[in-house]
Every structure is written in structure tokens, then in C-alpha cells.
Design a protein around this ligand. Structure first.
Ligand code: SAM
Length: 453
């Protein structure tokens, strides 16, 4: 099938592929873009995203460069398209914040028409990060601050094989497949970088399977419908040969015995025992639990089963907002989002300073062009310094210097932290299962020593 837009987005949006419609920073809408089915009375018939920023027919979003700003369209309000209503409702996505974004067939409400052509959206490629904030929640999910740390600690990298249970809403799945992706399998070849995902709830399992298919990840993510407490982690009786494991389960200690190298006491399984772990590598595991009681039980069983370097962490995530203060610059703001309460007086004062420096700089560079003065770029207005080529640019540019002051470079750079750390998500328990050494491997390793045995 086609490459996943999560892994190889290309340069433009395409039909029948997932794109993220960015309405505002906290309002992202995942949409599978549908091609127009033809024209009726001169109008393209197809799905339309209705938002409070206007109406956006899918056809206007297809074949756009990623990141493009797309303006709202006037949308036909006629009854055409109703016949496809049922079909389209399946793909309709309700905006969780109630901003009124829905995907409907060729329809727009009078309110949409009022705002049509005034609003705009940006169209973004899907990434695990935006997917995590916009995905349909079926369970609690693992968020970016946690999964980035987890994937780093379990050493997920291209070519690795990860076991994940339970799959839940697939937030971790998307992040982990990107981490291990090392290319699509060729012909009959089994992909090396792969995610083996297990889910016990039947509805969630089917949703995950459909999502993996729709996102072009079928060859790289194998979802199994399984109760891992009782039935372990083999896939079609074979070992996934995993070197990374992530457990997000209510009782991880019940799954741990199946993640042993050799058959532990009490595990029912027909001989011969097959371990889901890769034998010639150290295996790194993380178990994610919200309660400390779960952690205690998990650690106890880990010790019994020979896991080592057991450690517990908690990620305390704090958001730092970095922005440019644009008070008084008459710049478009984030869709009327509040101007910050940052001291206006100070900002205006700062603006005056920048303006006067800029004026002075113009006068001096004018002099340079006439061969009169040396220019020290340390005196250049901030925008010029960060943006242009130092000195050389100032000497050679025939264009007015202010033209290089990009809007996003204007204003003073400020940052603000959230006063409170976000509430507790989960405890992360990490552990290591050392590589298994056979006598032959031991002998081979010694033979490689320059001094021999
Ligand atoms: N990590 C997921 C994500 O980021 O979207 C969320 C996982 S959710 C918190 C836990 C999942 O484990 C649930 O979907 C649940 O059905 C599944 N589960 C619980 N017991 C299980 C078992 N014995 N075998 C497999 N899955 C199980």
C-alpha cells in the first residue's frame, strides 16, 4: 500500500490520506481527505469541513503543500450530497471543544456562509504528537512527554522490534512505529523495525486494526486480539523477537511471566517454550502504572523473574510558552487570542528603542553604500541580526533593510511558564533483561580477544 503519511508524508497532501486540519493551537482535526466525486450544477460534490472559521471542501485541501494556509470557501447549501450523508457521517469528526467542526457532505449552515472566505486553516502532516492531541480517545492515552522519555529509555530506534500491550487508543503505537521505522518491507521480507501490539478488548482491537490500515501502517504494526495475562505475546505461535517492551496494563505483573527467556514456574504453555524476547540482545522494558501499589507489585515480580536495573521515574511536564510580544505592532494575533498581560508600557518603550535603532542603522548603512562608515552588526536591529547574513548582507543588499524584518521576527522574545506542573500521569518502571549467553557465544567472544583465553 501507500506509504504512511506519519512516516513519509512527502511534500503535499493527497487524496485518501490522513491530514491534520489546524484550526488553532489546541484545536486540531484529523481528516482523511476525500476526492470530489464529480460535479453537480457546476459545484464540486464532496465532503466539507465546517468550522467556526468557515467551510473547507476537502477538494481545496488536496494537493496542498504541507503547512499551507487554506482560505474558507463559499459552500453550496443545496440538498445535493444528501445521498452520501450516511457514508460521510462515518468519517465525520466532532470537534471535542465544541468549536463546531464537522465533516459533512456539500453542506454549509447560514452561519458558515457569513464567516466563509474570512477564515482560514493550516493543513499539517500527521505526526505522533499531533495525533496524540487529536485522536479519538477510547481509553486513557500515553502523552508525548511520557512516551518520548519512555522510547528513549527502552532504546527504541530504527530496526528495533517493540512489544506493546494494551494498544488502547493507539497513542503510544504511533510514536513507537516512528521510532523503529527503518523502511517498508520489500516483497516477502519481514520488516525489521516493527511494533507488535496486543489488545484484549474486542471493539478496541477492531478499531486499532482499521486505524493501522487507514494510516498506511499495516506492514509495520501487527495488532493481535489477545489477553496477554493468560496467553502471552507470541504471534501465530512465533516469537516477535522483541528487544523493547512497553506495558500499559492494569496488572502488568500478570503479563511479566510471559516475557521471560525460559519457561517460568506456573506458566501454562505447551512445550517447547518460545520466548517473545530476542535472545542475543539485552531487552529494555517499561511498565506504565498510575498507582504506586501497581508499581510495588510489578517490581516484586520483576525481581523474581530476573529483571535487573529496576528503576522508577515520573515525568513532571511543564509547558513553557515562548512567543514574541507584538503589542502595538498591529500584527495579526493568534485569531484574536488575548494579548498577553505583559506590561504594555515596557513593550511600547522597547518598540521605540527598536525603531530608533533601526533608523540609526539605516542611516549608517546608507553611509556604507557610499563608502563612508564601517558597520558593526551588533548595532543592527534584532530582526536584521538573526535573519540576514551579518555584515555582508548589510553591505551588499540593495533592498531596504526593513524588508528583511520578517513579521514573525518582530517584537520582543518572551517566555512564560505554566505556574503548576500538570497533574500526575503515571509512574514509569524501567528494567533490563540481560542478553543470554550460550557457551558457544562465550567461546566465540573469547576467541576474538587478541590474547586468547
Ligand atoms: N497505551 C495506550 C495508548 O497510548 O493509547 C493506552 C492503553 S489503555 C490505558 C490499556 C489497555 O489495555 C486497554 O485498552 C485494555 O483493554 C487493555 N488491556 C487490559 N487488560 C489486557 C490484557 N489482559 N491483555 C491485553 N490488553 C489488555
Amino acid at each position: 500500500g501507500a506509504a504512511s503519511p506519519f512516516l513519509e508524508p512527502g511534500t503535499r497532501t493527497s487524496a485518501n490520506s490522513l491530514a491534520i486540519v489546524h484550526l488553532s493551537r489546541d484545536n486540531l482535526l484529523p481528516v482523511i481527505l476525500q476526492e470530489s466525486k464529480g460535479e453537480v450544477d457546476g459545484y464540486a460534490e464532496g465532503s466539507v469541513i465546517n468550522t467556526r472559521f468557515g467551510s473547507f471542501p476537502h477538494t481545496t485541501l488536496i494537493n496542498q503543500p504541507w503547512g499551507a494556509q487554506v482560505r474558507a470557501s463559499i459552500v453550496d447549501t443545496g440538498s445535493r450530497g444528501r445521498k452520501r450523508k450516511l457514508q460521510d457521517q462515518e468519517t465525520a469528526v466532532e470537534d471535542s471543544e465544541g468549536a463546531g467542526s464537522t465533516t459533512t457532505p456539500g453542506q454549509a449552515t447560514p452561519k458558515d456562509l457569513e464567516t466563509a472566505s474570512s477564515g482560514f486553516v493550516h493543513i499539517l502532516p500527521p505526526t505522533p504528537e499531533v495525533w496524540t492531541t487529536s485522536l479519538p480517545h477510547r481509553t486513557q492515552v500515553v502523552y508525548t512527554p511520557d512516551y518520548s522519555y519512555i522510547l528513549h529509555r527502552i532504546r527504541a530506534r530504527p530496526g528495533m522490534r517493540i512489544i506493546e500491550a494494551g494498544a488502547g487508543s493507539g497513542s503510544f503505537t504511533h510514536a513507537s512505529v516512528r521510532a523503529v521505522y527503518s523502511g517498508y518491507p520489500k516483497a516477502d521480507d519481514d520488516a525489521r523495525g516493527k511494533v507488535f501490539s496486543f489488545e484484549f478488548n474486542e471493539t478496541r482491537f477492531h478499531k486499532m486494526e482499521a486505524e493501522v490500515e487507514a494510516h498506511g501502517l499495516k506492514d509495520l504494526v501487527k495488532v493481535s486480539h489477545r489477553d496477554v495475562y493468560n496467553n502471552g505475546f507470541l504471534v501465530d505461535g512465533k516469537s516477535p523477537e522483541a528487544e523493547c517492551v512497553f506495558l500499559d496494563l492494569p496488572a502488568p505483573w500478570k503479563a511479566l511471566p510471559h516475557l521471560s527467556r525460559s519457561k517460568p514456574a506456573g506458566v501454562e504453555q505447551d512445550a517447547p517454550w518460545v520466548s517473545p524476547l530476542r535472545s542475543d540482545r539485552t531487552v529494555h522494558l517499561c511498565s506504565f502504572s498510575p498507582c504506586i501499589e501497581q508499581v510495588t507489585k510489578t517490581v516484586e515480580v520483576m525481581r523474581q523473574l530476573g529483571w535487573m536495573q529496576i528503576e522508577m521515574f515520573e515525568v513532571s511536564h511543564k509547558r513553557v510558552n515562548v512567543m514574541r510580544e507584538r503589542v502595538g505592532l498591529n500584527m495579526p494575533t493568534d485569531r484574536g487570542s488575548n494579548l498577553s498581560p505583559y506590561d504594555v508600557g515596557e513593550a511600547v518603550q522597547r518598540l521605540r528603542e527598536v525603531e530608533s535603532k533601526s533608523k540609526e542603522f539605516h542611516e549608517r548603512t546608507q553611509g556604507v553604500e557610499n563608502g563612508e562608515v564601517d558597520v558593526d552588526m551588533d548595532d543592527a536591529p534584532e530582526a536584521q541580526k538573526t535573519n540576514g547574513t551579518p555584515a555582508k548582507g548589510a553591505n551588499e543588499s540593495k533592498a531596504p533593510i526593513s524588508s528583511s524584518a520578517k513579521p514573525y521576527m518582530m517584537g520582543r522574545l518572551i517566555h512564560r511558564t505554566e505556574p503548576e506542573i500538570k497533574t500526575h500521569t503515571s509512574y514509569l518502571v524501567f528494567a533490563v533483561m540481560p542478553q543470554e549467553w550460550t557457551e558457544e557465544q562465550e567461546a566465540a567472544a573469547f576467541a576474538q580477544w587478541p590474547c586468547g583465553r
